[in-house]
Design a protein around this ligand. Structure first.
Ligand code: ARG
Length: 248
């Protein structure tokens, strides 16, 4: 037990003014580079993990990272297996009915990847209507793909699986978050896969938030206060630079 916690247990924390140090269990699905993915040893790393650890550290707290499939994260939160989710999770009205979110910590948008060989055939989102579209199960990209090409969505468990499926011809496009798509294209050297050029897609930004159980105001406030501190101190920029190569 930490000293602060020991003091609190002795009911002295009020008089000493020491807050109790906590360890949060934070769920993530590490197949979403550069936000969360695994290093060679299988340890989850990425922007989101550095961010949540830094947020916790502003209050002397620590984080235990728990990996699980994306569509299992909210159920795990609701059943108390984890205390929070950081997983490039978009704040949506639908999710807000089940969980509470921190302030938006990252502005994102969706994009579509296609095989470079099809660049002349597919020139807009509209041109993907009726085509098979790959997506990651349970994501906003999957929901959008369903609108673009109803009944033709090929849901895969991970972004790498969806990319493999696109490369192998199992679908005509992959719809997922743009920063993740671009990270892949950049890494792959932009040869066989390219981004669909349709600016209409990119004018509709969304925000990632850290999810907690509904009504866990104490944790949301701690997360928001920590995030604010990192924004002001410049640490947020440093973390961004580490994973994206630019300060914002
Ligand atoms: N932003 C999208 C969503 O919230 C995709 C997130 C996928 N994240 C992940 N770690 N696999 O639905």
């Amino acid at each position: 037990m930490k000293l602060a916690a020991a003091l609190c247990a002795a009911a002295l924390c009020v008089t000493t003014g020491l807050a109790q140090a906590d360890t949060y269990k934070v769920g993530t699905h590490p197949t979403f580079a550069p936000f969360e993915f695994v290093d060679e040893a299988g340890t989850p790393i990425g922007f989101d993990l550095d961010l949540i650890k830094a947020i916790a550290a502003t209050q002397g707290d620590t984080v235990e990272v728990v990996s699980m499939p994306f569509d299992g994260l909210i159920p795990a939160l609701l059943t108390g297996q984890i205390d929070a989710i950081i997983s490039g999770m978009t704040i949506t009205d639908e999710r807000k009915q089940r969980v509470d979110f921190s302030v938006g910590y990252y502005k994102s948008t969706l994009s579509a990847l296609i095989r470079t060989a099809d660049a002349e055939k597919f020139t807009s989102v509209e041109s993907l209507r009726g085509e098979k579209i790959c997506a990651q199960i349970g994501t906003t990209g999957s929901a959008f793909a369903e609108k673009v090409s109803p009944g033709n969505v090929v849901n895969m468990n991970t972004e790498p699986d969806a990319l493999m499926e696109l490369k192998n011809g199992g679908c005509s496009a992959l719809i997922n978050d743009r920063p993740v798509n671009l990270y892949y294209v950049k890494q792959a050297g932009g040869n066989d896969i390219t981004e669909l050029e349709d600016n209409a897609l990119y004018t509709n930004p969304d925000f990632y938030g850290i999810a907690v159980r509904k009504g866990n105001i104490e944790l949301v406030e701690k997360l928001n206060a920590g995030f604010d501190k990192l924004s002001k101190s410049g640490e947020l920029k440093t973390i961004h630079e580490k994973w994206f190569g630019t300060a914002n």
